[in-house]
Design a protein around this ligand. Structure first.
Ligand code: PMP
Length: 361
């Protein structure tokens, strides 16, 4: 097989050195004569992997003792419901800032369980940018304020988080977690499905401020209570152990590469290469997001018509570039440039885009 350039939106590319280590340890993890997925989650080997992953996550985002990280199952979609189940008390209201399709899914779950208020949205403009501060109207005392840091489908990202004025701020960071430094101390809770920037699907990372747990509803089923996972170090029941192990290796890879500052520099450079190809195409490619809200993770754009988009995707695939089709709900092209994607891959894509526009424009 020729070289494959993986631009999948999730599950997505993993860092090659991580895959090599997984392969090397697959038949014999630390001299135990078996892989980590074949041993007890209560073994000292797995417990070490699990606590090292929690510690590395906290180091990377720069939080200390007041925060906990837990690894749970059910994907970010389960978090859409778990969050209001735990923190949206009867009679209270939760505020949602909607910048795309995932935020809409999140508020739907909250609205099924209690009062959910759309504190900002620009759906009528087609979700091309995040709201300006003057377009956000928060409730006086919401249970929390929820945002989606990066909308994976529209390719719209918050570059400066809004000021929630002391209200508990919650973020779905599924598609840009650990891609850049940010002030984690501003957030009461952050969740992210692992399958884009953190590891394989099946693990969801949740970072939460421990003191906020005191406010949580106590009548939620055991597995859906954050407190259960915090109290048991993510080992209340059998965790997705192989996924947590791979996630731990990805965190080591990020730390070795220089942490979030290094990721942000590399991701900015990568996105610059691909957006540059859009901007220099003389209008042949039309970016979906407004320049100030462009996502560094998911670059979304259209071609002059759907036939050309189809041809673009077919020719890209023949040249080894896979995963470039836009989400089925919006069409077009989407290049996902998560942490593991290299600047060289972005260069290959940009050159292909230049050639395609020249031949077909
Ligand atoms: N939120 C965002 C921002 C996402 O990109 C996705 C998945 N693409 C989800 C939530 C849903 O995640 P999951 O499939 O892990 O439930």
């Amino acid at each position: 097989m020729g070289t494959v350039y993986n631009f999948n939106a999730g599950p997505a590319m993993l860092p090659p050195p991580v895959l090599e280590q997984v392969q090397a340890e697959l038949r014999d993890f630390q001299g135990r004569g078996m892989s980590i997925m074949e041993m007890s989650h209560r073994s000292k080997e797995f417990e070490a992997v699990n606590s090292a992953a929690e510690a590395a996550f906290k180091r990377l985002v720069g939080v200390g003792d007041g925060y906990r990280v837990v690894f749970v199952q059910g994907g970010a979609s389960t978090q859409f419901a778990m969050l209001p189940m735990n923190f949206l008390a009867p009679g209270a209201t939760a505020d949602y800032l909607i910048t795309g399709a995932w935020g809409e899914k999140a508020i739907e779950e909250a609205a099924a369980l209690g009062n959910a208020n759309t504190a900002a949205t620009n759906k009528t403009e087609g979700f091309r940018r995040v709201p300006r501060p003057d377009e956000i109207s928060l409730s006086p005392e919401p249970a929390y304020v929820h945002l989606t840091s990066n909308e994976t489908i529209q390719g719209v990202q918050w570059h400066t988080f809004p000021d929630a004025g002391g209200r508990p701020l919650v973020a779905d960071m599924s598609s840009d977690i650990l891609s850049r430094p940010f002030d984690a101390g501003k957030f009461a809770l952050i969740y992210a499905g692992a399958q884009k920037n953190l590891g394989p699907s099946g693990v969801t990372a949740v970072l939460l401020r421990e003191s906020w747990l005191a406010k949580a509803n106590k009548t939620v089923p055991t597995m859906l209570r954050y407190a259960t996972h915090v109290k048991n170090n993510s080992l209340y029941n059998t965790p997705p152990s192989f996924g947590v192990y791979v996630l731990g290796l990805v965190l080591q890879w990020i730390e070795k590469a220089g942490g979030l500052t290094a990721m942000a520099e590399r991701n900015g450079r990568k996105a610059g290469i691909v957006y540059g190809a859009i901007d220099r195409s003389g209008g042949y490619y039309r970016g979906h997001a407004a320049p100030e809200s462009r996502s560094l993770m998911n670059v979304t754009f259209r071609l002059p018509d759907e036939a050309k988009e189809k041809q673009f995707l077919t020719e890209a695939q023949a040249a080894g570039m896979v995963g470039l089709a836009g989400h089925r709900s919006v069409g077009g092209v989407r290049a996902s440039l998560y942490n593991a994607v290299s600047p060289e891959m972005c260069q290959v894509l940009a050159s292909f885009m230049n050639d395609f526009a020249r031949k077909n424009g």
